[in-house]
Design a protein around this ligand. Structure first.
Ligand code: HEM
Length: 411
């Protein structure tokens, strides 16, 4: 595996001021201001695509604006990120870590597992364990592709498997939506509920797609970020100690109540992890409407690529961008961000991540668990390295999680 897909793009990007054609049909837009404008122009009138049935019958569906779906999710997320919601998320992460103590693990996969499984009830609550397993299997299959671990050229009898897994997961979502539309007592406080409420306007296909979009969103970047948090905590024991000291004075109740505010050192640490090891690395966009980006004309059918990771490594705006230093987030730090537009771990409006606040809180809670309750012990003394593919991936990062204060007989 090439360990840094960004390396070959840095030279041409610097020479062209951050915007250049990679192929005849694909414009790379790595300049922060140009990226923000391109994304706004491309999604100015974002409505959901027509329903499959209407496409087949060659008629238009009731238009539903994506903004409306996003606002409904964001309203629900305000409740889910409240005191009770964060306490429940923390408890789920705790029990997932506890269940894995003592096992020899691939730690990036552990990051994905803890992150995805603890977020799943926030997206789709009340699943039976069989249905939850189907959704998780689909997420694992998608992640394996993202992490370059999917089988290449499988024999024909295995090539249909990912499709079958995806269909089964889609049926679980469909059943949950149908149940909620028929039975008001099946309602839950999760991100599927606002979609169930819009079912009449959306139709089943578009509703399933909307819920699947969130399931896909929680199956990639949050777990990759969790793996990178683990990587930096292991590599920087001095920072792990600083975080532990902060958690010793900030109680968990206060953490649930005020989110990241009562843990400023950990907040800086997490922000720097999301800057230095940004996930996803690239966002590829199909051009939806003719537009001009930094002097380049783009037409429908062409593509442009945005990269929060390249924006975070742009030496025009970041001093020593390759240095991991959470203190660059101290107010007035000379090596801090040149402006808010140069820090975009959650993407750009109008499609920016709806779960940004919750994602940050989840990482702070994970830091607390790993600095106060659990300890990561690597199985090899060698320092792991970071590979930059579609998401950053620590390599050679295997080990065990143990409970602090208890010796692990298997290490
Ligand atoms: C550290 C954790 C997370 C990171 C780094 C992250 C990052 C991102 C990024 C970069 C995008 C793409 C934005 C774009 O296409 O312009 C995105 C989209 C999205 N994220 Fe997150 N995310 C995180 C956590 C979450 C969580 C916890 C949720 C929900 C519970 C969530 C839900 C979504 C959704 C629904 C979208 C699609 C938004 C749209 O297309 O309008 N994310 N996320």
């Amino acid at each position: 595996m090439d360990t840094d897909v960004l390396r070959d793009l840095r030279g041409p990007s610097a020479a062209a001021g951050g915007v250049f054609w990679q192929t005849e049909r694909q414009l790379m837009v790595f300049d922060a201001d140009a990226a923000a404008r391109a994304n706004t122009d491309n999604y100015a009138d974002l409505t959901l695509p027509d329903r499959l049935l209407d496409l087949l019958l060659r008629r238009r569906s009731t238009p539903v604006s994506w903004k409306r779906v996003r606002s409904a999710w964001m309203a629900q997320l305000r409740t889910l990120s409240g005191e009770e919601g964060l306490a429940a998320l923390d408890a789920r992460m705790d029990s997932l870590l506890r269940a894995r103590t003592g096992e020899l693990l691939n730690l990036p996969w552990l990051g994905h597992e803890v992150s995805f499984r603890s977020l799943l009830p926030i997206v789709l609550d009340g699943l039976s364990s069989a249905d939850s397993a189907k959704i998780t299997e689909d997420a694992i299959a998608k992640l394996a592709r993202l992490m370059g671990e999917a089988e290449e050229d499988p024999p024909w009898w295995r090539s249909w498997r990912p499709v079958s897994i995806q269909v089964k997961a889609g049926l679980v979502v469909r059943r949950a939506l149908r149940r909620r539309s028929r039975d008001t007592t099946a309602a839950r406080t999760d991100l599927t509920q606002p979609i169930a409420a819009l079912l009449g306007e959306l139709g089943m296909d578009r509703a399933v797609d909307a819920v699947t979009a969130v399931l896909t969103a929680i199956a990639g970047p949050p777990g990759a970020a969790a793996a990178c948090v683990m990587y930096e905590l292991v590599n920087r024991p001095d920072w792990a100690d600083r975080l532990a000291a902060e958690f010793a004075s900030a109680g968990t109740a206060e953490l649930y109540r005020s989110g990241t505010r009562c843990a400023p050192v950990t907040h800086r640490f997490v922000k720097e992890v999301l800057r230095r090891w940004t996930s996803p690395t690239m966002l590829t966009r199909s051009v939806r409407t003719p537009m001009r980006v930094a002097g380049h004309d783009l037409d429908v059918g062409q593509h442009f690529v945005l990269s929060p990771a390249m924006v975070h490594q742009d030496p025009r705006h970041w001093r020593d961008p390759e240095v991991f230093d959470p203190d660059r987030w101290l107010p007035g730090a000379p090596h801090g961000p040149a402006g808010a537009q140069h820090y975009v771990p959650f993407g750009w409006a109008p499609t920016a991540c709806v779960g940004a606040g919750l994602g940050l809180c989840q990482l702070v809670l994970l830091c607390r668990l790993l600095c106060t309750t659990y300890r990561i012990e690597l199985s090899r003394p060698a320092t792991p390295t970071m590979a930059i593919g579609p998401v950053p991936l620590p390599l050679g990062f295997d080990g065990r999680v143990s409970i602090r204060g208890r010796t692990n007989p298997k290490v």
